[in-house]
Design a protein. Structure first.
Length: 183
């Protein structure tokens, strides 16, 4: 089995690139808002435990499925140990199934991400982003408080690429990922 992590900041294009990668491979996609949106709908507020437990159920069941592989997206703060620990947690779920792990880090400047924050595809799949003012403020606050782009040489994973997708269409980014990792 293959597990592709697409990591990066808010509105960098993780889900959209994942959607395009799914179209050209046999990989399935679990973008982070697949679990976030139902939890927000049910609870009417953020509930991290419910989001994480939901993801774990999906990861465990997928790992046992015998399918070719999965793409998952994560907003990833390189300065937060808990984000590094979470990657290891997910990997532990998949390790018993001889899983190969791949890592894609996407990055783009804040001004581009603010433009992407209001795209039709994003708003279609992420109801919690439809209040643009609040969503933009969250993006700005997150940027001010965390580091979402790795330092050169910081990421030591095998099968890792760092991609500036500022001017790269998602279809092209997906092609590069597919070719780089032979997916």
């Amino acid at each position: 089995m293959k597990l592709v992590f697409i990591l990066g900041d808010a509105a960098v294009g993780k889900m959209t690139v994942g959607q395009e990668l799914m179209k050209i491979t046999d990989l399935r996609l679990l973008h982070n808002h697949i679990t976030i949106e139902p939890v927000l709908e049910v609870f009417g507020e953020w509930n991290l435990k419910a989001v994480m437990d939901s993801r774990d159920v999906l990861f465990r069941e997928f790992a046992k499925s015998g399918k070719y592989g999965l793409i998952t997206t994560l907003m990833f703060a390189f300065d937060e140990q808990e984000d590094w620990d979470y990657l290891e947690h997910v990997k532990e779920i998949f390790k018993p199934y001889d899983t190969e792990f791949y890592y894609v880090e996407l990055f783009a400047p804040q001004e581009i991400r603010l433009q992407r924050n209001v795209t039709e595809n994003r708003l279609k799949h992420k109801a919690s982003k439809r209040d643009i003012e609040i969503s933009n403020q969250r993006l700005l606050n997150d940027d001010a408080n965390h580091r979402f782009v790795s330092y050169d040489g910081e990421v030591q994973f095998d099968h890792y690429i760092k991609m500036d997708n500022s001017d790269l269409p998602p279809e092209k980014a997906a092609e590069i990922i597919k070719e780089t990792f032979n997916l």
